[in-house]
Every structure is written in structure tokens, then in C-alpha cells.
Design a protein around this ligand. Structure first.
Ligand code: ZN
Length: 79
């Protein structure tokens, strides 16, 4: 699926940008690396839902736009 996708969400407590895997935000509870306050997945769920929708749309566009699906297209070293 989108296991490699890293996303940025803002901490609800301190508004710091948190750059982590989507799955990291889906854990039941975790601590903000900046303010150290406990956060829950429920606080991020609406933002994640929006992001995953956007990612799915982008992937669909990539697949339809690029016939060279064998390459990830992200790094020159991948092929
Ligand atoms: Zn925070």
C-alpha cells in the first residue's frame, strides 16, 4: 500500500510540524517530539483521512500519466 509514505502533520498541542510515517500517526498513542505531550491517533485521524485521499488521487494520476511503472521514478539510483 503506502507503507513508504511519510507525511507532515502539525501537533495539536504546540503546532510543530511532525514528519513521520502515516502508520506512526495511526498508533494508539504517542508523544510529540517537540512539546513532549501525549497525543492520540484520534487527534490526527481527520487529517490523515484527507492526506490519504490526496495520496490515492496522486497515485492514480501517476499511474495513468506514466507508462513506465517499473521504475519508482524518485531516485536516479532506483533502476
Ligand atoms: Zn507538540
Amino acid at each position: 500500500m503506502h507503507d513508504e509514505s511519510k507525511i507532515v502533520l502539525n501537533c495539536p498541542e504546540c503546532d510543530a510540524a511532525i514528519y513521520e510515517m502515516i502508520d506512526w500517526f495511526k498508533r494508539s498513542d504517542f508523544v510529540c517530539q517537540v512539546c513532549g505531550k501525549g497525543l492520540t491517533a484520534a487527534q490526527f485521524a481527520p487529517m490523515i483521512a484527507d492526506l490519504e485521499q490526496a495520496i490515492d488521487t496522486r497515485l492514480d494520476e501517476m499511474i495513468s500519466d506514466q507508462p513506465h511503472a517499473g521504475c519508482c521514478g524518485k531516485k536516479s539510483t532506483c533502476c
